[in-house]
Design a binder for this molecule. Structure first.
Ligand SMILES: C[C@H](N)C(=O)N[C@@H](Cc1c[nH]cn1)C(=O)O
Ligand SMILES: [Zn+2]
Ligand SMILES: [Zn+2]
Length: 479
């Protein structure tokens, strides 16, 4: 067990420094590191540099891995570096690898934010609102704040740390798999376990440890027709309209009750067992909290167990948007010449992205042929990742559960997550080590949504949790 006196000294220091930590998060949120938009690529680099400077300040040695270029929006642009760091190199201590990402989802005030998305704004209820506050800048900085609090309190860190921070997680983790595979034989040698803080509690009160994620296959379907946008009064009714074709195709993918309609997609999904059903019963989770998080009562299922199952262990298909479609206010009577529909399928264990992609492509090609349209269709899978499930019996989880008890005085729930972190499985397989997901934020943080927030208390207690976890890791007997 970790020394309670040492932990108390560390916790007190974190409390002392909390305003400084909020200012640090404010600085990071102000950097618009949106990986999905070529126009913001300089900002992603700036954010990487900001982390490097923080590493330097804290005495973390580091390397920036150049992963080349990508073609985005028709332009060839540089990919942001993967930043590796090392803090401590004592052969008598365990080594924990921390992964996180410094890119964020896009955000515009006009999407419905109550304050400017890149100006961290603290509400009277002490919610820190800003893009990336919870996903994933708060957690990434949290680890570095924990190091700083140790230094300022004069406490030695009881483990060695390795860091791996990427700037492309929100855009398919381009280049990451190759780097992990390569560095598993060099930079990551000696790692005993991996910890990732890039998800959320299930609800708003109870901490959890997460041992599973869904995978993802992200599709772009392009329907092209006329050589340019047309006047719908002059040409409407005389040409095959790409938008009409696309909407018809979209309508074939999923039913209003969430059932995926593509033949064969559900074939590899494991059947439910009585034993598994029991797991959901003990999880602390209420429909009211869920409705509060989505700010409506529009759930397909009004039953706790079904909601958890559909979030964790069944696939889902979501339609995200249409590039090229008229979406501005007003009533432009345009007939778009080319539209790109975007949707993704969340994958569960045993579903293989390659098989899913082949089924999707075959289905859409057949459905498009049935339309008798003279337009053309192109189906592309932009990125794919398999689902991940770990063993929560491992010492890595036992140490984390003890840390939760130290900070929150409660035993955590063990959850799976509906979202995806593509490289989790790669870390597990390439390093052959246990991976733990240790969330900092709450289930209502609104990651990817408008008014994303991180509660001040989750941020500050989260920093304590990270430190306590490292002390419990050091104290535990590894098997
Ligand atoms: C759970 C994690 N914080 C996250 O948000 N992951 C993204 C990853 C992704 C994949 N394609 C685009 N983004 C997610 O689950 O959507
Ligand atoms: Zn994330
Ligand atoms: Zn995200």
């Amino acid at each position: 067990m970790a020394d309670p006196v040492v932990l108390k000294t560390f916790f007190d220091k974190v409390d002392n420094l909390q305003d400084h930590y909020v200012e640090r998060l404010r600085e990071a949120v102000a950097i618009k590191s949106v990986s999905a938009d070529a126009a913001f690529r300089d900002e992603v680099f700036k954010m990487g540099q900001w982390l490097v400077e923080l590493f330097q300040k804290l005495g973390v040695s580091h390397e920036s891995v150049d992963i080349g270029t990508q073609v985005l929006d028709g332009k060839t642009i540089k990919l942001p570096p993967i930043i590796l760091g090392t803090y401590g190199n004592d052969p008598n201590k365990k080594t924990i690898l921390i992964y996180g990402h410094y890119d964020v989802q896009p955000a515009l005030l006009e999407d419905g934010w109550n304050s400017s998305p890149f100006d961290l704004t603290e509400t009277p209820k002490h919610q820190l609102i800003g893009r990336g506050s919870s996903d994933d800048k708060g957690p990434v900085i949290g680890w570095l704040n924990a190091i700083e609090a140790h230094q300022k309190a004069g406490i030695e860190l009881p483990v060695n740390l390795k860091f791996c921070f990427e700037g492309m997680e929100e855009s398919g983790s381009e280049g990451m798999d190759e780097v992990i595979l390569k560095e598993s034989k060099r930079y990551f040698v000696g790692v005993d376990a991996v910890c990732i803080s890039d998800n959320y509690w299930l609800g708003v009160t109870k901490p959890c440890l997460t041992y599973g994620l869904r995978g993802i296959s992200y599709f772009k379907i392009t329907v092209s027709g006329p050589g340019r946008d047309l006047h719908s009064g002059v040409f409407g009714g005389t040409v095959h309209e790409p938008m009409t074709d696309l909407i018809l195709l979209f309508s074939k993918l999923v039913s209003p009750s969430g059932e995926i309609l593509i033949p064969g997609i559900n074939d590899d999904v494991e059947p439910l067992t009585e034993k598994e059903n029991k797991i959901y019963e003990s999880i602390e989770f209420t429909l009211d909290e869920y409705h509060a998080a989505i700010e409506s009562k529009t759930t397909i299922h009004d039953d706790k167990i079904k909601i958890l199952q559909h979030r964790w262990r069944f696939p889902s298909l979501s339609i995200h948007g249409i590039e090229g479609a008229f979406s501005a206010p007003g009533m432009k009577t345009v007939l778009p010449a080319k539209v790109i529909g975007k949707f993704s399928i969340r994958l569960v264990p045993h579903m293989e992205p390659d098989r899913v992609n082949a089924l999707v492509e075959k289905f859409l090609t057949e459905e498009f042929a049935k339309l008798g349209s003279k337009n053309t269709l192109n189906v592309e899978c932009a990125h794919g990742a398999k689902a991940w499930v770990a063993s929560p019996d491992h010492w890595n989880y036992v140490a984390a559960a003890k840390a939760v008890e130290r900070v929150f005085n409660v035993h955590p729930d063990y959850t799976r997550e509906g979202g995806s972190i593509p490289i989790t499985l790669t870390f597990q397989d390439a390093l052959n080590k246990n991976v733990l997901l240790l969330p900092m934020g709450r289930g209502d943080d609104g990651a990817h949504s408008t008014n994303e927030k991180l509660d001040r208390s989750n941020y500050i207690e989260g920093i304590k949790l990270f430190g306590a976890y490292l002390h419990e890791v050091a104290a535990i007997k590894a098997d």
